[in-house]
Write a protein that binds this ligand. Structure first.
Ligand code: SAM
Ligand code: TMP
Ligand code: ZN
Length: 407
């Protein structure tokens, strides 16, 4: 197989898993819109030079991020609290000087920046998905409806001056043209400023075998080692790392200009842990691939047995992640009758590629099924707490990471 060049260093990328043809994970078609659904080959590899884990093929950005992009940061109480805490910390530690300025890439519906706006601090959200950007504006957040890249950074610098903080949550890993982003950051960041981003941590994906974190929008899977190497190419330094419990295990990376900040011992410690565990060694990645195949076998066997026994199975959470599971396993409405979800823009539509009807979460109890596959497993605590009546009625949750289990 010819090696694809790494999007960070142009080195050779070794593919370690192919999920086959996949749809856009967030494109929920109406029942009469099934013709010409977009698809691409979802495969993942690791760069043999800089160790960056990445997709082998890129989906054009306008196909994913547009007026109707349905993901809302505001949709989870846990994430609302998380972003309120993030904003408060920035306000205290980084934005306490004279006339501070913070830029958020992928501000979505303004869940983080509204706290900054309420504090009267200068800010700008850069958000290309028009629908969610309008929600941010309605919350009093100043938004620029463009894709952030080197050019956008130049315009922001000219209009607003340099930024003390550039922040991106669950956004940087979505951007294949990361070189342009880092050039933009290099232009826009104040001399003593920080670029802080948080994204799913590849070590957690391997540890939990959470292969469903791999889908069109998640292009990069960062590690402390690969981020440090990437930063160095742009005169930036990885000065801090923090592990976060959200979204199935993330890391918050803090970058500063080389020499501008003290490097926390946490950076060396995390890289040491990654090296010791052989995180991106071919043996580790091949073992991960074998576990993914096992999960597919087990999940299909479970669903077929339930169907044979005449017991209904539904899905809970029409997540972007579920697209990978459903399409990789070949699961359709014959095996999972409905998926319940709180997002209005997904309800009344079908899951991408697998075409399972999405219904409002309130209808989950109407009547309760025997089993519900928890596709939103990253929100398990929140969902299990509000759906206690389901188990009381005899229902059971089905989880497929780190392996198939019923609880
Ligand atoms: N930051 C929010 C959060 O963590 O809940 C939203 C994350 S959402 C998964 C990713 C967001 O990144 C989308 O709203 C998308 O429109 C935005 N995005 C994608 N490419 C971008 C770019 N080049 N610049 C700024 N935002 C971008
Ligand atoms: P995410 O995994 O990308 O955050 O998406 C979560 C999806 O799960 C989103 O479509 C909303 C849905 N969801 C529910 O249906 N009920 C809930 O309680 C939560 C937290 C999310
Ligand atoms: Zn590389």
């Amino acid at each position: 197989m010819p090696a694809t060049p790494c999007r960070v260093c142009s080195g050779p990328v070794r593919e370690f898993f192919d999920f086959g043809e996949q749809p856009l994970s967030d494109a929920f078609p109406l029942p009469d819109q099934l013709d010409g659904e977009f698809s691409f080959r979802l495969a993942i590899g690791c760069c043999e030079s800089c160790s960056m884990v990445q997709l082998m093929e890129e989906v054009p950005r306008d196909r994913m991020f547009h007026e109707d992009y349905p993901y809302l940061s505001n949709g989870s109480a846990v994430m609302r609290d998380h972003f309120r805490a993030v904003a408060s910390r920035f306000l205290r530690d980084e934005l306490a000087g004279p006339d501070p300025f913070i830029v958020e890439l992928g501000c979505n519906d303004g869940t983080m920046l509204r706290t900054v706006a309420d504090a009267g601090v200068r800010h700008l959200g850069v958000e290309p998905s028009g629908g969610v950007a309008d929600l941010a504006a309605a919350r009093g957040v100043r938004v620029d409806k463009r894709f952030f890249e080197a050019e956008t950074a130049r315009d922001i610098l000219a209009a607003d001056g340099s930024a003390d903080v550039i922040y991106a949550a669950n956004t940087l890993c979505h951007i294949p043209y990361i070189d342009s982003i880092l050039r933009g950051v290099d232009e826009l960041l104040a001399p003593s400023g920080v670029f802080v981003f948080e994204d799913p941590y590849f070590a957690e994906i391997v540890r939990r075998t959470s292969f469903d974190q791999i889908y069109d929008e998640h292009f990069f899977f960062f590690t402390a080692r690969s981020v440090r190497a990437m930063a160095a190419r742009h005169g930036l330094e990885l000065v801090d790392v923090e592990e976060l419990p959200v979204h199935g295990g993330e890391v918050r990376y803090t970058l500063a200009r080389t020499g501008a900040r003290e490097i926390s011992p946490a950076v060396g410690a995390l890289i040491e842990r990654e090296t010791r565990s052989g995180l991106t060694d071919p043996t580790t990645l091949d073992a991960f691939a074998a576990r993914v195949n096992q999960i597919r076998t087990d999940l299909l066997a479970f669903l077929r047995a339930e169907k044979a026994a005449g017991r209904p199975v539904v899905g809970y959470g029409a997540t972007a992640k579920s697209a990978t599971v459903l399409n990789f396993c070949g699961i359709g409405p014959d095996l999972i009758s409905h998926v319940f979800d709180t997002t209005p823009a997904k309800q009344g539509r079908l899951t991408p590629g697998s075409h399972i009807p999405v219904r409002p979460a309130e209808e989950f109890a109407d009547p309760y099924p025997a089993h519900a596959v928890l596709f939103a497993w990253n929100h398990a605590e929140e969902i299990l707490a509000k759906e206690t009546a389901f188990r009381e009625a005899g229902g059971r949750w089905v989880l497929y990471v780190p392996e198939l289990h019923v609880r």
